[in-house]
Design a protein around this ligand. Sequence first.
Ligand code: PGA
Length: 252
Amino acid sequence: MMKQKIVAGNWKMNHSLSSAEELLHHLDRIVEESKKVNTFVFPPTLYALSAAKILNHKTVDWGVQNIHYEEFGAYTGEVNAEMVSSCNGTAVIIGHSERREHFSVTSSSCNLKIRAAHKCELVAFYCCGEPLEVRENNNHVEYVLQQLEEGLDGIDPNHNLVIAYEPVWAIGTGRTAENSQIEEMHSQISYFLQQKWGEMGKQIPVLYGGSCKPQNAKEIFNIPNVDGGLIGGASLKADDFIEIIKAANESS
Ligand code: PGA
């Protein structure tokens, strides 16, 4: 069975409320482009209610860029999965490399976050990817599989799960990974998922992220075992993001 392509926009810490709302209005009208594509946006949490209000056509889902794994309590500055789902959010990014680098997130805390997301029926976008020095030492496959091993330990594959492979050195740098590098890692990840969960593992989408843009999206989406993209910079402008969704719609 063919998996549906996924294109997800990670806005990170960008946009004012008015420019965020303008972008959401644009995206709400992309019915034609997104027929065969599951589209998600991840605005800053503060704009979640705008997303809930504006994204009426159900062609675009929204989520947040991080959650805490606890249910409720004294965790200043945090939001939990239940809060996201009570605002009609459907997804969460977990373990983005920027959170691993700046906010002490580890694969084992990601494991707790994925469990919390699944408890509230959110789609967990679990990110993995190696830093440059790991790639240069040729340890990238072991490194990424270890992130998957720890992050996915004991997770039920029946729940909504998406993997995003994002080589750290390709994020926000304009330096996209080469097709052969993407192909190698995606085939390793797909094999890992299949070994772990059999048929269920085969159904889990694996996205590529890292300097994906309108000019290279179609080529990337046609690489074997690439089921779409997690897009940072190019998701901030409606025209670029819509071009990428079209590329996913047209790719095999
Ligand atoms: P980028 O970011 O597309 O700007 O490289 C991707 C990401 O961090 O998810």
